[in-house]
Design a protein around this ligand. Structure first.
Ligand code: B1M
Length: 211
């Protein structure tokens, strides 16, 4: 079995102790860090999601797989991130109210940071008021990014963007949205400025929005 396959299986099974070492071995073998992330970890989480949907595994197994992936991303971070921190301005980021998924949001934060933004990460389950207060406390904020991973938290994303759109300072910022159930169509419908399907394209889009 190739190292990448071994890594994917370890993430799937939530083997947090061996995942960091396997990531490092893949790096040492010369595998592209983006391939390690996409094939070795994100695809593995896709398999975990499928198994959950089919009742083959349950929430605790999803949780341990998520922990294992986070450990792997920590090792991979220096190989994915580069760039001059903060030069492009502040980016306020969070997962919307009611939603606890943060792996995708964290990847977006990492790529945005490496694109040159200072990321203010509000974490998960972020109430609308927190997004607003943070922008008001940081008037030089350039972009607000909101993540939602559940179809049941799409309304919270809609409400968050709506509230941001009602602020007097709205024209000073851009609003980006993303997450597995989000589409360009939904982003347009709720009045966001930008939707991207993944973390790498989020970083590119963020740069384009402020240039
Ligand atoms: Co959850 N979960 N989960 N879960 N979970 C999903 C999302 C699900 C699809 C699984 C399934 O059924 N197949 C399903 C949602 C179904 C739906 O909404 N229709 C689901 C469910 C149902 C649930 C619970 C309701 C389960 C329960 O309790 N019965 C529950 C909800 C809790 C809550 O949030 N209130 C729940 C809980 C959990 C855990 C806590 C156990 C854990 C999360 C741990 C954590 O994040 N710290 C978890 C996990 C791990 C998953 C899966 C397996 C993996 C998610 C993940 O990290 N993917 C997931 C299945 C799946 O995704 N296939 C699933 C990898 C990650 C890199 O991808 O987050 O999509 P993703 O991010 C991508 C893009 O979406 C994009 O870029 C990222 C990287 O390229 N992106 C953005 C994300 N945010 C962006 C923002 C942007 C731009 C791009 O701009 C601002």
């Amino acid at each position: 079995m190739g190292k990448l396959q071994e890594l994917a299986e370890a993430v799937e099974k939530g083997k947090a102790k061996i995942v960091p070492g396997l990531v490092q071995e893949c790096v040492d073998e010369g595998t592209d860090p983006t391939v390690i992330l996409n094939t070795g970890m994100i695809d593995a989480m896709g398999v975990v999601g499928e198994k959950f949907k089919n009742n083959e595994i349950f929430v605790p197994e999803m949780l341990v797989a998520a922990r294992a992936m986070k450990k792997g991303v920590e090792v991979l971070k220096p190989y994915l991130a580069s760039g001059s921190a903060g030069a492009l301005g502040k980016y306020v980021l969070g997962t919307v109210a009611g939603d606890l998924h943060d792996i995708g949001k964290n990847l977006v934060g990492m790529m945005i940071e490496s694109a040159g933004f200072e990321v203010i990460d509000l974490g998960v389950d972020v109430p609308i008021e927190k997004f607003i207060e943070t922008v008001e406390a940081n008037p030089d904020t350039k972009i607000v990014g909101c993540s939602a991973l559940l179809t049941t938290t799409m309304p919270a994303l809609r409400d968050t963007v709506k509230a941001l759109n009602e602020q007097p300072w709205r024209s000073n910022i851009k609003v980006m949205v993303g997450g597995a159930p989000i589409t360009q169509e939904f982003a347009d419908e709720i009045g966001a400025d930008c939707y991207t399907p993944d973390a790498a394209s989020a970083a590119q889009a963020a740069k384009a929005l402020v240039s």
